[in-house]
Write a protein that binds this ligand. Structure first.
Ligand code: DX5
Ligand code: ZN
Length: 219
């Protein structure tokens, strides 16, 4: 199964004083979904967006909102993000004690569920989660900040994961990547089997429409 390429600008790189126009700019530039980085200052060393901000941007776009929860104890916040307008919700395997239960919580709320793996978290976690999720997000930086350098080791994880999914009856599960992806390395990422591309600094610096078109041309 060949999944379409989905481009997800990370709002972390947007101008937070102009979120309405930034969200519209992404849609006009050809974004498929919007990536929302939620950080709690505990699981990661930074604090960003809560459900109130998701609720505030929700009326200004029809694009799906892809909420990446970089928080400890995500179970406590999943329903608030679902209510505020999140369409996709992903949770870190490193933050969940009862991952199966947390995934079920997202699915019960009618949202697309994803699990996220930090760069050195063993890919076998994704193998075990595959029967229960819609997508798997591989971090290609240590989460917490935009503008960091891509960790190429993650390409091998993506290749292994795509092969496992295709060989095991989970072809429908999509692979997302997040961190340090730009127009100059996106081809390697797509060739490794990733189809959902998160990019912050790589899209917001320069002409976003042309950056998105270049990324899609590698699909
Ligand atoms: C990092 C975030 C990313 C970040 C990506 O913790 O999860 O979504 O915004 O930014 P770039 O593309 O600049 O690495
Ligand atoms: Zn993210």
């Amino acid at each position: 199964m060949k999944h379409p390429i989905i481009i997800a600008p990370s709002l972390l790189s947007s101008d937070f004083s102009q979120l309405e126009s930034e969200v519209k700019r992404c849609a006009q530039a050809g974004a498929d979904i919007l990536h929302v980085d939620v950080m709690d200052g505990h699981f990661v060393p930074n604090i960003t967006i809560g459900p109130l901000i998701v609720e505030a941007i929700r009326p200004h776009t029809s694009l799906p909102l892809d909420c990446h929860l970089m928080v400890s104890n995500p179970d406590a916040y999943i329903s608030a993000f679902a209510k505020s307008g999140a369409d996709w919700i992903s949770i870190h395997v490193e933050a969940c004690t009862h991952l199966h239960r947390s995934i079920a919580l997202i699915k019960d709320l009618g949202k697309k569920a994803g699990v996220v793996l930090n760069p050195i978290t063993p890919i076998e976690y994704a193998f075990e989660a595959a029967p229960f999720v819609d997508f798997i997000l591989l971090m290609s930086v240590n989460p917490g900040f935009g503008g960091q350098a891509f960790i190429p080791h993650v390409l091998n994880k993506a290749r292994r994961l795509r092969k496992f999914l295709d060989d095991s009856g989970y072809e429908h599960v999509e692979i997302e990547i997040d961190g340090g992806v730009k127009t100059d390395n996106v081809k390697d990422v797509i060739d490794a089997g990733v189809n959902i591309i998160v990019s912050g600094s790589g899209l917001f610096s320069g002409d976003m429409a042309s950056n998105i078109a270049t990324m899609k041309s590698h699909g």
